[in-house]
Design a protein around this ligand. Sequence first.
Ligand SMILES: [Zn+2]
Length: 521
Amino acid sequence: MITAAGMSLMFFTPIVIKEAQGDGSISRIISSILYGLPLCFLLSAIRKRWLMLTLSGILFLTSFIETMMVVLFRNYIISGNIIAIMTTTMDEGGGFIRSSIHALPYSLPVLAGMFLVVHGARRQRHAYLHLACAAITLTLSAAFILYQLHWRWADNITPRFYITQNVWSRPPYNFFYQASESARQMRLKQRIAESDTMSFHSVRKLYKGRETYVLIIGESLRYSNLSIAGYHRQTTPQLEKESRLMVFDNYYATANLTMYSVPQILTRATATDFELCYKEKSIFKPFQECGFKTFAICCDNLIGYELYLTRGVDRLLSVKSDEEIAGVIDSLASRYEKTFFIVQMKGSHGPYENFRRQDDVFHPNPVSDGASWDDVEAKVNAYDNTVLYTDFCVSSIIRAIDKPESQAAMIMVSDHGDDFRPGTGGHGGNCNPDKAEYHVPLLFWNSVLWGENHAGKLFMAMSHRSIPLNADNIFYSVCDMAEIKIGRQYAREDWSVFSPKLTAHRRLLLVPDGRNHIRLD
Ligand SMILES: [Zn+2]
């Protein structure tokens, strides 16, 4: 039992130190101990002394690292730290060790734990007693997890998500989990490099004349807050004036986090095969293969740093505000005969401050009237002002591409919505999002010339305005909008909104662990 006590001291020191800092939680300490105890007893039951001591030595090292991490950074080690350690230079490593010496005394309990383990290993151990304790604590842990899943979370999260977040992401397991995560990330980076040589084998009929196509990704834009979709407040007055604008009312996001949603809009990746976004090029590639100049424009947001998503575009531009985007498109679309733009807007992300003085219409709001962000009505006022601003920016983009001699079209979707209810974090917080987090607008606009040349596609799109759709449909619809045909192994004709073969889409949502999905319909 001395061995098991030593193991416990080793494993639980970083947990207690972490919870003692800042927002400490007794229940998190207790649950973490419950999850770690079976391993303590299992290791103590090993009869081969050398094996037990070797495994304990490895766990001593990981507990020491975790303790240093929580003292220095208030967090357990994460995969990024492990990659940084593996790629650091001797100088950087030495500097880090010198600057963290003051944290060493906190690891004394870990050292004492290892001492107890070695001491306990000399004596006769009661293997069966340890195994019995392991079985009991394992049963207790399993019962506790079942309780949490079924009652606390009311089956709103998957067991795998819960265990990843609450068991594997805490000591003594966290180090090994993060090591496997960093190996996975390094493997994915290799995939990105390999995707540079892939081709969609895209073809299209020759069209003589100017063409401009745009895919806009909005940010946190809820379907229900657009007056063009029936909202009682006039939040989209400019878009309402567009006679050739179509609103699809049954489109869902495929994730409620930007980092998982945007890749699924831009690539063929889906909630069941998210890694495809690393293996294949994004939507700019078919356009490039057909002779278009391709551009990505962002506001220092996701596509500005997840560079793999646009790697290979002719230019990636970053602007300071959404209202600058239209000018950039205008100048590039008039310079080159055939252009395709990917746009990611700053939009309505919380806190809802992204609007001009002219859009400061709904009051009181926390931005200009000092109201509290906890006041839901005031928060919604600020949000609606950001929608007014988005309305202005998107209609400016339409004006920039609406030229009589140009065949032009635009698709706009939002990455996800937002939940205003008190106590909710906006979006991406759990695995059972409110509809407001994923019911978002899909807009389509076309120039007169595009409409004249594509009467059939326009008719099909009109007839599909209420069919169940999600981000899976975007890649194929954007290609179809420009009459680009991709190779048979990539094509999904029945997933384009312009296709007579389109069917109601089965809507899945990739939950915030980036691996599991839920069904929304
Ligand atoms: Zn987002």
